[in-house]
Ligand binder design. Sequence first.
Ligand code: ZN
Length: 201
Amino acid sequence: MNDDPTAQATGDDRHARYLTGTEREDRLLEERIADIRRREVPLVLPTSNLGGAYQVPPSITTETIAHLRRYRVTEAVCFWLGTPGAEQRARISEIWVPEFTATPVSYDIQPLEMLRLKQHLDEKSLALLVQVHSHPGGAFHSRRDDLNAASPWPGFISVVVPDHGNISGGFWESVEIYELLGSASWKHLETREKLERFHDH
Ligand SMILES: [Zn+2]
């Protein structure tokens, strides 16, 4: 057994030797962000809307589709912000588009963006309630989607939009919705539940 409390740091330092100056700075920054994330208040307000309804104005879904369609080759992502509200009725009031990189089958949000978002949420007293991302083909939750969610809190919603957002039917009929139950475990909402809980009024 290794009782040396500095063993971990020494190992990291040894690895860091192989990094360039910029990479080392990036890595230190990432570690700081991870540290802040561990200590700070969660992005989603503790008053979870698990199992609740969502009121999403048509302007939000229209703007979301327009955003996703701009990325013809890669996936795209955005967040919906709002207030959890009383009686299990959350209200979406804003779209937030983070800086992200993407491939045809994945996306990654820059770590600093989550800090920028948190600042915005604090200023406006809003909560991150929903993430929305596009797929090149069918809408489903990949293993990566299960693990890569922007929030770890039960009640967080993930909307997957098919065909780069080029949908011909109504928004709610075309998308698939998943609700986080906790620990990367998601519930896929069947059509009836989806249409009962998500609407524009
Ligand atoms: Zn996906």
